[in-house]
Design a protein around this ligand. Structure first.
Ligand code: ZN
Ligand code: ZN
Length: 321
């Protein structure tokens, strides 16, 4: 190669680095993962962290993004659910913006999946080159096929146009499951637990076992004996909940069914307090809380009255446990 050629190569590299630095930084030694500038670093080794990225419900509360929880083990990032706002929260939490190790969808309710196109396409635009591993219930592939079709014009223009997007970088590796171990690699296992969630044929909770900790994430469920068994003695139980005393018929067509809906689809503070008193997690984290006008105090009092004496906290977005 001539000197001119080498200089040309260097100039190209400099331009690329400047372009990358303008939007995000590459952190060397982290498997070329890309992070948003200024975000907090992840602990190394086998240190296992639970980060409640989004703790909200279908209500577009500006203080609580849609349901999404990350479990990190060193540089590996496991994402559970992809509610609206998921990529902004991934960036804010210091997690890689060019893709997670694997993502897991509890069920196909919109509040848990509205962030899926964001997760699929934003990670690609940020540099993802390999298929995103995505686990979830039957029906997930049909949903993601529709999402890829819906944004097909975008993907063609990004690849063939001046952006020169990586061909195929938006691809997915979708694995549908009804229950059982879905991930087992380098000391980390993720197990799907089938849970009852009203009319849904498939809804999943997850148990994550790492060299350092055990974690159970409920997804959406009414009281589940299988989940209680899986959560017995875990380090962290992240569970959805509503305040039983706040449930009342709503003044809208069909609103008289609201108490029946809550009982069939979700877990009350009374039920969760009793579950936790038997399962005895080292920490109970309340997320996806349906307050219905109630307060955190009311919720925690309900959990206590039902018999749980251990550590319990109401999660906020970007909480670390
Ligand atoms: Zn749901
Ligand atoms: Zn939900």
């Amino acid at each position: 190669m001539s000197n001119t050629g080498r200089r040309g190569g260097c100039a190209w590299m400099v331009r690329l680095l400047v372009a990358i630095a303008a939007t995000a930084t590459i952190v060397p030694g982290a498997g070329a993962q890309r992070f948003f500038p200024g975000s907090p670093p992840l602990p190394g080794g086998d240190t296992t962290l639970v980060i409640t990225l989004g703790t909200g419900t279908p209500v577009p509360n500006p203080g609580r993004d849609g349901p999404a929880t990350a479990v990190t083990v060193g540089g590996r990032v496991f994402l559970f659910d992809a509610g609206p706002g998921v990529m902004r929260k991934i960036a804010a939490a210091g997690l890689p913006i060019d893709g997670v190790t694997a993502a897991f969808i509890s069920h196909l309710h919109s509040d848990h999946t509205l962030g899926l196109p964001d997760l699929i396409f934003s990670t690609w635009v940020m540099g993802r080159a390999s298929p995103l591993r995505l686990h979830g219930p039957p029906g997930l592939r049909r949903m993601t096929d529709h999402l890829l079709a819906a944004w097909s014009e975008d993907t063609v223009i990004r690849i063939t146009g001046l952006e020169r997007g990586r061909p195929g970088g938006y691809r997915l590796d979708v694995r549908e499951t009804a229950s059982g171990v879905v991930y087992d690699s380098a000391g980390v296992t993720v197990t799907a637990i089938r849970v009852p969630h009203g009319d849904w044929a498939h809804a999943l909770a997850w148990r994550i076992d790492t060299p350092a900790r055990s974690v159970v994430i409920s997804g959406d469920t009414r009281y589940s004996e299988a989940l209680e068994r899986a959560a017995t003695g875990v380090d962290v139980l992240v569970h959805e909940v509503y305040i039983a005393a706040r449930v009342a018929p709503e003044s809208r067509p069909g609103g008289d069914l609201w108490p029946r809906y809550m009982k069939a689809f979700h877990t009350s503070d009374v039920e969760l307090g009793a579950l936790a008193s038997r399962a005895r997690p080292r920490l109970l984290v309340l997320s996806h809380v349906l307050f219905m006008g109630g307060t955190e105090r009311e919720l925690l009092d309900g959990i206590r009255r039902a018999g749980f004496r251990g550590a319990v906290t109401v999660a906020n977005d970007l909480g670390r446990y």
